[in-house]
Design a protein around this ligand. Structure first.
Ligand code: IPM
Ligand code: MG
Length: 369
């Protein structure tokens, strides 16, 4: 059976890193049917919209979506609905991708690339599960009011609404408890639910509902933590975490923080899944317009996103393992893109890194050139 994959490279370094990931896909002995479409700023330039109907249709029809990155400062002045970021938000919403898995894994070879002391991050392996289609990102009403029609007469105002429904919290809580169990080998594990229940009603509700769902997972330990404390604990003792589950906005912030613990955000993949595990896979980093077109971006996060795609949406766990082993082999051989380079290792560009992963996949010895 051939698997239909929608390829959406997007903007900035998106096209360069996705090209390497596609090369890796082609090196596996699996049958992929790929179709590429524009998204983000690139789609806006060509079609006047960051998420054209044709791109959305392609994504909906595919078994999985491989996404690069969107965004560029040059679009900051556009009205919100036309900005590149709306493409990824629209895909999440239209495809029902409510569960965002962002692993933060510290590779032994990169322990020294972290800004934290090596002993704090060595062997780090945590999973952030971010709810992705609710919260203040999508809550209504939102908008701006002029001085005359505002709630507070005389003052111009802007507002967004933080909001969660019970089913939204329940389904993400189930994903978190099941993931913790799976990571623990079928039973056990720990979930830290991050909230701001001391101030926000939305997150008191979140905490209550997560606690209720926990009744079905007695073997999994549940801890509740306020988001400010979680931000602190992540840099103080990150290895105390196992699975973190939180809302859309807190998850956005904490996942960037967690990514940096591992040395480089250029290493981290992510999966955004719907209720049937159909998914969109993308690196955790953005479009990095400052280094776009220079051939220096790290393609490993995108390549590792292909591994997540094989594991979560395409039921090809062996192929996923092969990609992950190939990435480890390339790191062990001392190849580094500039973001993870350190004294004594070989600095390579985007394409050479992709070629090295392909070589490792096909059993060739990797030698830094
Ligand atoms: C992310 C990004 C997005 C988000 C942006 C690009 C809309 O920061 O995927 O973390 O805020 O969700
Ligand atoms: Mg983010």
């Amino acid at each position: 059976m051939s698997m239909k994959i929608a390829i959406l490279p997007g903007d900035g370094i998106g096209t360069e890193i996705v090209a390497e990931a596609v090369k890796v896909m082609q090196a596996l002995d699996l049958r992929f049917e790929t179709e590429t479409a524009l998204v983000g700023g690139a789609a806006y330039e060509a079609h006047g919209h960051p998420l054209p109907e044709s791109t959305l249709k392609l994504a909906k029809a595919a078994d999985a979506v491989l996404f690069g990155a969107v965004g560029d400062w040059k679009y900051d002045k556009l009205e919100r609905a036309l900005r590149p970021e709306q493409a990824i938000l629209g895909l999440r919403k239209h495809l029902g991708l409510f569960a965002n898995l962002r692993p933060a894994l510290c590779y032994a070879e990169l322990t020294h690339a972290s800004s934290l002391k090596p002993e704090l991050v060595a062997g780090l392996d945590i999973l952030i599960i971010r709810e992705l289609t609710g919260d203040i990102y999508f809550g209504q009403p939102r908008g701006r009011r002029t001085a005359t029609d505002g709630l507070f007469p005389g003052a111009e105002e802007a507002f967004d609404t933080m909001r969660y429904t019970r089913p939204e919290i329940e389904r993400i809580a189930h994903v978190a408890f099941q993931a913790a169990r799976k990571r623990a080998g079928g039973k056990g594990g720990k979930v830290t639910s991050v909230d701001k229940a001391n101030v926000l009603e939305t997150f008191q509700f979140w905490k209550d509902v997560v606690g209720q769902v926990h009744a079905q997972y007695a073997d999994v330990e549940l801890e509740h933590m306020y988001v400010d404390n979680a931000a602190m604990q992540l840099v103080k003792a990150p290895k105390n975490f196992d699975v973190i589950v939180t809302g859309n906005m807190f998850g956005d912030i904490l996942s960037d923080e967690a990514a940096m613990l591992t040395g480089s955000i250029g290493m981290l993949p992510s999966a955004s899944l719907d209720a049937a595990d159909k998914g969109l896979y993308e690196p955790s980093h953005g479009s990095a317009p400052d280094i776009a077109g220079k051939g220096v971006a790290n393609p490993l996060a995108t390549i590792l996103s292909v591994a997540m795609m094989l594991r979560y949406s395409l039921e090809q766990p062996e192929a996923a393992d092969r990609i992950e082993s190939a990435v480890r082999a390339v790191l062990a051989a001392g190849l580094r893109t500039p973001d993870i380079w350190s004294e004594g290792t070989a600095k390579v560009g985007t394409r050479a890194m992709g070629d090295a992963v392909v070589a490792a996949l096909t059993g060739k010895t990797i030698t830094p050139s």
